[in-house]
Design a protein. Structure first.
Length: 747
């Protein structure tokens, strides 16, 4: 399925204007765009077949072209007691692509297009209202083998989201068959008064080979442009037209397909161009009409220092008496604890982190939407300002530290960034031990370094005295650091299984399953199974905070909100069983026959080595197969589905970026049913080990119990391409094990 992923910032805006463009206007504009695009005489869109050398490819992109246009106009706004002139951005972004479909897999990929049809946002004060609005238009044509052309009408699109200020559609492409050529476009047109244009990334690669690739742009001289071509991507050809507007283009032929679809970093390994079109403001480094390769790394850090020092002054001047500030809350907490044992530096650091994290993610406000479902588990704040605040808070409480700026392993390198918002920010403590403290979303772990920044080179920024009212960027010392890498044993996911069966009565087995995850494995399980209420209660109790419903029961308005919140909490908990069923289906590649019980035993959200742990009792069929008076037990299925590598991916030339080093283990106890013996235990003994990892299994029979210990380890978070064959050996061994069977022989 093709999904439009490039509607800039417009897809994440909160919209509040009533109504959309009239349907007739939309249909009229859609036809105008289609006529314009289909009449384009660019020869790359006349191609109808791929060279013979591509006959074994799933699909071939014959041509792919991006067209961008941006202009600006001043708009006069008048309200009560005020008037203003603001810039309105007029923007058009079009992707056109022509693809030869050559097998069923590609046919499935291109059979429908999802897109955001409309979106709007507005804000206003003193009756001056400013708006953002955008509309997306699509068109498709199918060129059949006999040369006939079938166009899909836009009226055939199906609505998948129809809300007040945002509408999303899906268009199925009928009669698309293997051997056809699909020619389609997706064009977004926007008028923006509120939101600047975000940087755009153009990847010069695809899952399919590309014969012709092009980018063409025409941008008003009122704008400035900065861009970077990375990983040997070709450079733009840039010129000015007769109006002195900026014209840029890039053309490339015969781009190879991406050969690795897992464990790779596109930003580090694939060619791409990052482009930022913007209106320069007062104090900007850039002038109207200027074209730049972007800031140097040194200039980016000059900007970060200036930003950090300004933030420092703002925070220092914030009123400490305000209950809303973490600083005040921490002081009040410590006052109440003054008669107890003094906190050591590590405990104090954990306390400060927890208070800031609670205020950032867990405080409930009556003017915010009620979100208590699983979607809340993926909330993430701006980690830059979290790190700024944490660094300065720690200094306020005499915990020396430094700010660390780093690039994620799945992001561009620091030298390839365009803005100060792109790096990752965290804090490294120098008092009370060397801790790296990161904001990695609502379920961040104290002292757990996100896997995507482990092992990366970082830049440190440290104030000599952050309390000085005169602190400036010049007071910030700059250094270098390398982020530590956690061990494979620190990131452990252990499953303990107790298996019972009575093959004489039923071919269903019962599994009592307990899963324990530590380190970087915790977050995935927490996101899948925890609810906001669970971790909110656990964290607030650790900080001696009242629940918000006790704190707020002072006004009629708040009481109504609390009732609504409590109702939402009760309602969402009813889906707990569905979450466990989804986890089991993902693990075994099929749903259990029955889920008898389930529970989260430990959340693992507080500072310390605590694990995330959950348990359930389930039944599964298809594990036992009758063979005369005996039964074949597909015991290998107990470890669940394993990572598979396709034939196309077995040859690899790019390095391997794992999410993190990790160990997966299973401790299995199988109760052999009365009246049966077990044969074939020797097939459960395996040991495939090398420097990149291992797969091991060991089985022993003690009385009527069969004990099987299975473990798989990815020893590193990064391996060079030369080690790919070593990784394949234990990945394949794990897959082979899932097919292992033993015989239960009737005595």
């Amino acid at each position: 399925m093709i999904k439009l992923a490039v509607s800039l910032a417009l897809t994440t805006l909160l919209f509040s204007v009533q109504g959309f463009a009239q349907a007739d206007d939309y249909a009229k504009r859609s036809k105008e765009i289609a006529n314009e695009i289909w009449s384009d005489k660019d020869p790359i869109f006349a191609l109808k077949d791929a060279p013979a050398e591509y006959k074994n490819e799933s699909a071939v992109i014959l041509s792919k072209k991006y067209t961008l246009e941006a202009s600006a106009r001043s708009k006069f706004k008048m309200g009560i007691l005020t008037m203003a002139v603001n810039k309105e951005i007029i923007y058009r972004y079009c992707l056109r692509e022509r693809v030869k479909i050559q097998d069923k897999s590609a046919l499935d990929d291109f059979s429908e297009i999802s897109y955001e049809k409309f979106s709007k946002r507005s804000t206003g004060a003193m009756l001056i209202k400013m708006r953002d609005k955008s509309a997306t238009y699509i068109g498709t044509r199918v060129i059949k083998k006999d040369g006939s052309v079938k166009e899909t009408m836009l009226e055939e699109a199906v609505s998948v989201k129809d809300e007040k200020n945002i509408k999303e559609n899906k268009l199925a492409i009928p009669d698309l068959q293997i051997g056809d050529v699909l020619d389609f476009f997706i064009q977004t047109e926007a008028q923006l008064e509120l939101t600047p244009l975000d940087p755009i990334e153009f990847l010069l690669a695809s899952d399919y080979p590309i014969l012709n690739y092009a980018i063409h742009g025409n941008v008003s001289k009122k704008y400035a442009i900065e861009y970077k071509n990375v990983n040997n991507a070709p450079d733009f050809k840039i010129s000015k037209d007769e109006d002195n507007d900026i014209v840029f283009s890039l053309e490339k032929k015969n781009l190879s397909k991406i050969t690795a679809t897992q464990w790779y970093s596109g930003y580090r390994q694939l060619p791409y161009v990052k482009l930022h079109i913007f209106l320069p403001g007062n104090g900007s480094r850039f002038k109207k009409g200027e074209i730049s390769k972007g800031l140097t790394e040194a200039e980016i850090f000059d900007d970060i220092k200036a930003d950090f020092s300004y933030f420092n002054l703002v925070l220092l001047n914030q009123k400490v008496t305000s209950y809303e500030t973490p600083k005040y809350q921490i002081k009040e907490y410590l006052k109440k604890k003054k008669d107890g044992p003094a906190l050591n530096d590590l405990q104090k650091t954990a306390l400060i982190y927890q208070f800031l994290h609670f205020n950032t993610y867990l405080r409930v406000w009556s003017d915010e939407p009620i979100v208590v479902g699983m979607e809340r588990n993926t909330y993430a704040a701006n980690n830059k300002y979290f790190a700024y605040t944490l660094s300065l808070l720690l200094k306020d409480f005499d915990i020396d530290n430094e700010l660390v700026v780093v690039s994620g392993r799945y992001s561009p390198e620091l030298k390839d960034f365009l803005t100060t918002d792109e790096p990752k920010y965290l804090v490294h403590t120098l008092t009370g031990g060397s801790l790296f403290l990161a904001d990695n979303g609502i379920l961040s772990g104290f002292g757990i370094i996100p896997g995507d920044i482990e092992g990366e080179p970082g830049v440190t920024l440290q104030y000599g005295d952050s309390k000085s009212r005169n602190a400036r960027a010049k007071d910030i010392a700059q250094g270098k650091i390398k982020i530590p890498v956690s061990s494979a044993t620190a990131n452990l996911r252990l499953e303990k299984l107790q298996v019972k069966m009575d093959p004489g009565a039923s071919q269903t087995i019962e599994i009592s399953r307990q899963v324990r995850s530590t380190g970087l494995y915790k977050k995935g399980d927490q996101i899948s199974l925890l609810y906001f209420e669970d971790y909110y209660d656990e964290v607030r109790k650790s900080l001696n905070k009242q629940p918000f419903w006790d704190e707020w029961e002072d006004t009629k308005k708040n009481r109504a909100f609390i009732d609504e919140y409590k109702t939402a909490l009760i309602k969402v908990k009813s889906s707990s069983k569905d979450n466990f069923l989804a986890e089991l289906k993902n693990n075994y590649d099929k749903a259990p026959k029955e889920l008898k019980s389930f529970a989260v035993d430990s959340l693992g959200v507080l500072p310390g080595p605590g694990a995330m742990q959950y348990s359930c009792v389930l039944t599964m069929d298809d594990f036992l197969k009758k063979a005369g008076n005996n039964f074949i037990f597909e015991v290998g299925k107990l470890i669940g589905t394993q990572t598979r590598v396709t034939d196309q991916e077995r040859t690899r030339t790019v390095d391997i970026y794992m999410p993190f080093a990790r160990t997966l283990a299973h401790n299995i106890t199988i109760n052999i049913p009365a009246g049966y013996t077990v044969e074939g235990i020797e097939s459960l003994q395996k040991d495939v080990s090398n420097e990149s990892g291992y797969f091991k299994s060991k089985a022993t029979l003690q009385g009527d119990k069969l004990y099987i210990d299975v473990s798989k380890q990815y020893s590193h978070n990064f391996d060079p391409a030369a080690n790919w064959s070593k990784i394949l050996t234990f990945v394949d061994a794990a897959n082979d094990f899932t097919n292992t069977k033993v015989l239960l022989r009737k005595k």
